[in-house]
Design a protein around this ligand. Sequence first.
Ligand SMILES: C[S@@+](CC[C@H](N)C(=O)[O-])C[C@H]1O[C@@H](n2cnc3c(N)ncnc32)[C@H](O)[C@@H]1O
Length: 275
Amino acid sequence: MVEEGNPDTIAADGQAMNIDRHEFYQKAVQYPASDIDIFLEVYQKEYGREPLVIREDFCGTALLSTIWVSGDRARRAIAIDIDQETLDWGLAHNIQPAGSDVEGRIELIQADVLEGEGPPADIICAMNFSFNILDTREKLLRYFTAARQSVADGGLFILEMFGGTEAIVAGIEDREKEGFTYRWETEWFDPITNTARCHIGFLFPDGSSMERAFSYDWRLWSLPEVTDLLRDAGFGSWRIFWEEVDDDGAGTGEYRETTGEENQETWIVYIVAKV
Ligand SMILES: C[S@@+](CC[C@H](N)C(=O)[O-])C[C@H]1O[C@@H](n2cnc3c(N)ncnc32)[C@H](O)[C@@H]1O
C-alpha cells in the first residue's frame, strides 16, 4: 500500500514553500543515466544485442523513459503508473520538453501494474524499490506473473531493491545534495509484518524544510522471498548486482555481480531476472 504525500497538506516554510516536490524527488533519488548504462551492459552481455523497448513500471514522472528514448531514435518506452497527477507532471516537465519525437515514442499508461497492461518489452524495470508497495505475497506474485507475461522473448526483468540493518530501524538519514539536503525517514518498522512507513523530505540552507513530501507504507521484502516468487512466477534464472559503497557507507554507483555478501547498514541491488 502506498500513501503518497498529499500536496495540499504537506508542511513547508521559507525557501521550501516555493519548491516543486517532484523536481526535488528526481534530484534526490533518481539516476536514470547510470541505470540505463547498467541495463545496456547486462542486456548486451546476455543477448549480444541492444534492447530497444523498455517498460518502466511504477514510473512516477517517467524520467527514466524520457532519458531512454532521448538516447537513440530507435528506442521506445512504455511508462506505467497508477497516479495521474504524477504522470501529468512527468508529461509536462520531462517528456514534452524533450520534443515531439521523444513524446511520440513514449506510451504513458495510467494503470495498476497488477493488471499487466502494455505491450511486450525487452526490459521491464521497477526502480527505487517500488515493488515494496505490494505488501503481500499474493500481490507480488501477481505482479511478477504479469511482468513475466510481458517480457519479450529474450528479455530481462530488472528490480531495484534495498535492505540492510538500518532498513529495519526507525530513524532519519540525511544526505547532502547540491543546494539542499535529502532526508530519508523511517517512521516505524513492524517486525511482525515486515512493514514500514517511510518518508522523503527536503531541507534548505535558509533553515526551511518540506518534511514528508512523499510517504510510503510498504513491505520490506528479503532477497530470498523475492527470488522464490520470481521462480514461482516462471522466471528461470536471476543474477544479483550489488552496489559498492565508500568508506562512509554511501553508494558509489558501481555494481558487481555477487552470490554471497556480508550484511551492511544499507545495501542496494539490481535483481536481473530472465525467463
Ligand atoms: C517510489 S515511486 C517510484 C518512482 C520512480 N519509478 C523512481 O524510480 O523513483 C512509486 C510510484 O509507484 C506508483 N504506484 C504505486 N502503486 C502502484 C501500482 N499498483 N501500479 C502502478 N503504479 C503504482 C506511485 O504512484 C509512485 O509514482
